[in-house]
Design a protein around this ligand. Structure first.
Ligand code: URA
Length: 202
């Protein structure tokens, strides 16, 4: 990985521009646009989700839809200011199946995760965080490979090159829980994020 000595906002902007032209897998054909990561170029914490959802695809920004609402509330509860972190996804284009007028989320395949991995690696190399948080199974697979499991390995700092990784659930998992389980699910997400917050002393 290229390792700049200083975080470089210009380099991230250039990466985002280059990613707009990405045709490394077929997902660019149906998606509205590439949704690149965004946030503080010198963030100590990088959060990695799965892929943009419908709202993100339209707005061109990560985690601005319903899952983003859960993530924002969880970050606040964990004492993390979203302005200070960098938020991105394992896959930068929305994968969906069209059902009438609705676009239904479809999980990205291994080929999409692999095709997109160079962008994620370059974002991490530029931002150089202390901790990268994998939000859900796709981010775990993209960052750490297939030997880790979300529910088994969540909430602990895992050595990851010269930084640490921390696994937690995807915010949309909270939304999919039965209403009676949501508070507990949300509390677990906050508890995991708090471990990351404490590790960077925020
Ligand atoms: N889900 C994700 O994984 N990422 C987003 O940006 C939005 C929803």
């Amino acid at each position: 990985m290229d390792r700049p000595t200083q975080p470089d906002a210009g380099a991230l902007t250039q990466l985002a521009s280059a990613a707009r032209e990405c045709t490394a897998c077929e997902l660019y054909k149906d998606a509205t646009q590439t949704v690149f990561g965004e946030g503080a170029p010198d963030a100590r914490l990088v959060l990695v989700g799965e892929q943009p959802g419908d709202a993100e695809d339209v707005q061109g920004r990560p985690f601005v839809g319903p899952a983003g609402g859960v993530l924002d509330r969880a970050l606040t509860a964990a004492g993390i200011d979203r302005e200070t972190v960098y938020v991105t996804n394992a896959v930068k284009h929305f994968r969906f199946v069209q059902r009438g007028k609705r676009r239904i989320h479809a999980k990205p395949g291994r080929e999409h995760i692999e095709a997109c991995h160079p962008w994620l690696a370059k974002e991490l190399a530029q931002v150089r965080p202390e901790i990268v948080v994998a939000l859900g199974a796709t981010a775990v697979q993209a960052l750490l490979g297939s030997k880790y499991r979300v529910m088994r390995d969540r909430g602990a700092l895992i050595p990851f090159g010269d930084l640490d990784a921390l696994i937690t659930i995807h915010p949309s998992a909270v939304l999919r829980m039965p209403p009676e389980d949501r508070d507990k699910g949300f509390g677990g997400l906050v508890a995991d994020l708090t471990i990351a917050a404490q590790a960077i002393g925020s």
